[in-house]
Design a protein around this ligand. Structure first.
Ligand code: PLP
Length: 442
């Protein structure tokens, strides 16, 4: 579908764009005006292949009929219902459907409106859980270097990306970080899980020794760190974290905002790795990115710990005006149905070997210092231009856009995460275009 006549405003100054080089953008804007399945349409009428599922969220591809229809009819039937002390059926139905596909043992759902809010919710549940259990001294939160857990204060405190933290003061107190697992020296050009680095999980033992387990509430990690540039955990690493957290009564939180809903070829990252956390953070793919929504899944043990006291008293003082919003719930239900109808939560597993071979064919091209992949996520790391970090990859991003391909870059890493409806011909196009661009980069 072409929508090249869409009007583009000639004054772009009022909108201060998120995570964007605003001045560069406004000098030469890149606008999408329509999207269908695997493609965007630009304001000048070009088709751009979506190599990133929007921002890692449009897992079923764009403008899927069931989702479009569900949103329209829900808006007409029940547009909004108060989220506190009132309910509407679709939020309960969606929670049930999420639990159906979630790893066994994660039985209760708190709704949010984004990944960032899901992270805050998860951290607060963890702190409050220990308190209601009589272990109120467990207040420390442990994150990881290079982690991305959204942009709110809890998330940037446990997160580990310096640019996202350094401007914002001292953040939450009582937070510690494990080392990241990226190791180009030993693991460059790994296919799937890197073989070196399982022992980095033992850093958690060091932190426990330093602070004592009785002061630690939770550890939060992305099963595969996405936004920082696709850091795939070493084989055995997440299992070891699970063992250590269990041993010390520390909750394990998986931030599955990217790895959830089929990205790795399994419904969740927890399924891929065979490791079940106590709390799972989701968003993005839950509604195919169409309506903002997140969901935090918790074990029955955590949920039940709150269910004491007089029945008329609110058990957990937390929630949002839009938690379980009717239109978001309808979008979520239609999204999960679309995933089910088309087998999308496991389709990535079928395509992963083809994706892997295609990506690794770029080895040897100029500036390429690593290629890594898992499920339908891939990354190509480039040698930075001396003294100008991120410039080379950004230039690849601009050239890709001009050549009809949307990629995502972080620093000098190109990340790929196509919608799960991607076909082999699209993978060929992604890799072919990137190959041509890499040959021409300064
Ligand atoms: C792992 C992870 N957590 C949290 C977030 C934040 O999500 P949002 O941008 O919806 O707040 C993201 C976004 O990319 C993410 O990748």
């Amino acid at each position: 579908m072409s929508n090249s006549n869409a009007v583009v405003p000639n004054d772009l100054s009022a909108f201060w764009m998120p995570f964007t080089a605003n001045r560069q953008f406004k000098k030469s804007p890149r606008m999408f005006v329509a999207a269908k399945d695997m493609h965007y349409t630009t304001s000048d009428g070009r088709q751009v292949l979506d190599g990133t599922a929007g921002l890692w969220c449009v897992n079923a591809g764009h403008a899927r009929p069931k989702i479009v229809e569900a949103i329209a009819s829900q808006a007409a039937e029940l547009d909004y219902a108060p989220a506190f002390q009132m309910g509407h059926p679709k939020a309960f139905e969606l929670a049930n459907r999420i639990v159906d596909i979630a790893p066994k043992g994660l039985d209760h759902v708190l709704f949010t409106n984004s990944g960032s809010e899901s992270v805050e919710t998860a951290l607060k549940v963890a702190l409050a859980y220990h308190r209601v259990k009589g272990e109120g001294s467990r207040t420390r939160l442990i994150g990881r270097e290079r982690a991305y857990h959204g942009v709110n204060f809890g998330g940037i405190s446990v997160g580990g990306i310096v640019t996202n933290r350094k401007m914002f003061g001292t953040l939450l107190s009582g937070v510690d970080h494990m080392p990241h697992t990226h190791n180009l020296k030993q693991n460059a050009f790994s296919k799937g899980l890197p073989q070196h680095g399982v022992d980095l999980a033992d850093e958690l033992e060091r932190i426990v020794t330093l602070h004592d387990a009785s002061t630690i509430a939770a550890v939060i990690v992305e099963p595969v760190a996405g936004s920082t540039g696709v850091l795939i955990p070493p084989a055995g690493y997440l299992q070891r974290l699970r063992d250590i957290t269990k041993k010390h009564g520390i909750l394990l939180i998986f931030d599955e905002v990217i790895t959830g809903f089929g990205r790795l070829g399994t419904p969740f990252g927890a399924d891929y790795f065979g490791v079940t956390p106590d709390i799972m953070v989701t968003a993005k793919g839950l509604t195919n990115g169409v309506i903002p929504m997140g969901a935090v899944l918790v074990s029955a043990e955590i949920h039940d710990a709150f269910m004491g006291g007089p029945e008329h008293v609110i058990e957990f003082f937390h929630g949002y005006t839009y938690s379980g919003n009717p239109i978001a719930s309808a979008a979520g239900l239609a999204t999960l149905e679309t995933y089910k109808d088309e087998g999308l939560l496991t389709r990535g597993a079928e395509l992963a070997p083809y994706f892997e071979e295609a990506l690794h064919s770029l080895k040897g091209l100029p500036h390429v210092i690593d290629i890594r992949n898992i499920g339908l996520v891939g990354a190509i790391e480039l040698e930075p231009v001396a003294g100008q970090p991120a410039k080379r990859a950004f230039s690849a991003f601009l050239k890709a856009f001009e050549s009809g391909l949307l990629i995502r870059t972080t620093g000098d890493i190109i990340a790929l995460s196509p919608p799960l409806i991607v076909e082999k011909t699209h993978i060929d196009q992604i890799v072919g275009t990137l190959g041509d661009i890499l040959k021409t980069l300064d």
